[in-house]
Design a protein around this ligand. Structure first.
Ligand code: ACO
Length: 330
């Protein structure tokens, strides 16, 4: 029996209109444009403003555009998966809220929490649903409203993050030549001490004390995370290339999580991969966590050709990291 392969048949993104520039941040914390650009590559990021707007609203925008451009009716969607660390609420799941707002009535839904690797972890899950033969249309949304958990008095983190959403549709491949070919994912709880949101969960439920101690914001010890990101992202890309007998010349694009331009450049050097074939848009959006990879795919969609080999790779809180090999289908 031939194996059913899953393939990405459409991608769409959403970025909120309001921009937070490095110049804006200079007025908020002791930082400067030169430091931010040279240490991170970021020039500006987009922020979702407005009362009552949350991650699900950005996810809805990305998913609605995706359904329209792929000619998919909400009734056809069978599974909705949302990758996020900034759900609207701890429960119900944000995927459920997105489905409800879009009129998706025939699907089951759930969220996946794997920080900046969330999109890859969710993509692998979506792929398995398709490969099982049980489902034919899976909607995957990567979204984060990072501004809701960023401390805008902490210069070491507030310069990094932005808000955005990306969505992809997964369907069975029409041929054996295109689709998601391989996935390697890893987790290591050793990273938990360096990158976390301390309060709001069952360990430290919200109290006046946790709020006063700013424990509902992101904490990051940047240097160990930086080193681990370079080492593990480079390593897992090498791992997937070796496993699939690929040389850098065989790969059309590397699509890395956008956390820091220096991380991406160092990885490219170590892989001997030219920057011209690495998708980079961190300068415009900063780190949008689960949204970075689908946002890249959306922006580069018109340049992709059927059969192009792409390696998607990410590293994030947990630690979590991985690489997925895709042969583009359209
Ligand atoms: N403006 C000016 N100076 C600053 C700023 C700022 N915004 N932030 C920090 N500094 C200072 C520090 O205080 C420090 O000063 P000191 O030398 O006097 O002590 C100096 O700059 C260097 O600080 P470092 O933290 O060592 O700076 P570094 O070069 O490591 O850059 C950064 C920090 C950008 C956070 C980097 O460590 C990084 O990118 N880390 C990895 C991020 C990542 O990949 N995260 C995972 C994904 S996120 C997720 O999963 C949710």
């Amino acid at each position: 029996m031939t194996k059913i392969r899953a393939t990405i048949t459409g991608v769409h993104g959403y970025v909120p209109a309001d921009i937070l520039s490095n110049a804006d941040l200079e007025k908020m914390v002791d930082t400067n444009d030169e430091w931010i650009r040279s240490r991170t590559g970021i020039q500006e990021r987009h922020i979702l403003k407005g009362q009552g707007l949350a991650s699900s609203d950005m996810g809805v925008e990305a998913a609605r555009g995706l359904l329209e451009k792929t000619g998919t009716s909400p009734d056809e969607i069978e599974v909705v998966i949302c990758a996020t660390v900034t759900p609207d609420m701890l429960f119900p799941d944000t995927a459920n809220l997105i489905a409800y707002k879009l009129g998706i009535k025939n699907a089951f839904t759930f969220d996946i929490s794997a920080a900046c690797s969330g999109f890859l972890f969710s993509l692998n899950t979506a792929v398995r649903y398709i490969e099982s033969g049980a489902y034919k249309k899976v909607l995957l949304v990567g979204v984060d409203k990072m501004s809701s958990i960023v401390d805008y008095t902490d210069r070491s983190t507030c310069i990094l993050f932005g808000d955005a959403a990306g969505a992809v549709l997964l369907e069975p491949s029409q041929d054996d030549e295109t689709g998601v070919m391989d996935a390697i994912l890893h987790s290591d709880g050793i990273g938990a001490e360096h990158l976390y949101q301390a309060a709001g969960g069952s360990l430290r439920p919200a109290t006046h004390e946790t709020v006063d101690a700013k424990q509902h914001y992101i904490y990051q010890n940047g240097r160990p995370v930086y080193k681990a990101a370079v080492m593990y992202m480079t390593g897992v890309v090498q791992e997937i290339m070796k496993k699939n007998n690929l040389h850098p010349d065989d790969v059309a694009w590397v699509v890395p999580h956008q956390a820091n331009l220096r991380i991406i450049e160092t990885m490219a050097r170590m892989l001997d991969f030219p920057m011209e074939r690495i998708m980079v848009n961190i300068q415009k959006y900063g780190n949008t966590t689960a949204a970075t990879i689908p946002l890249c795919l959306w922006e580069w969609e018109n340049q992709l050709k059927k059969g192009d080999k792409l390696i998607l790779t990410a590293f994030g809180g947990g630690y979590t990291w991985g690489a997925i090999l895709v042969k583009w289908a359209y």
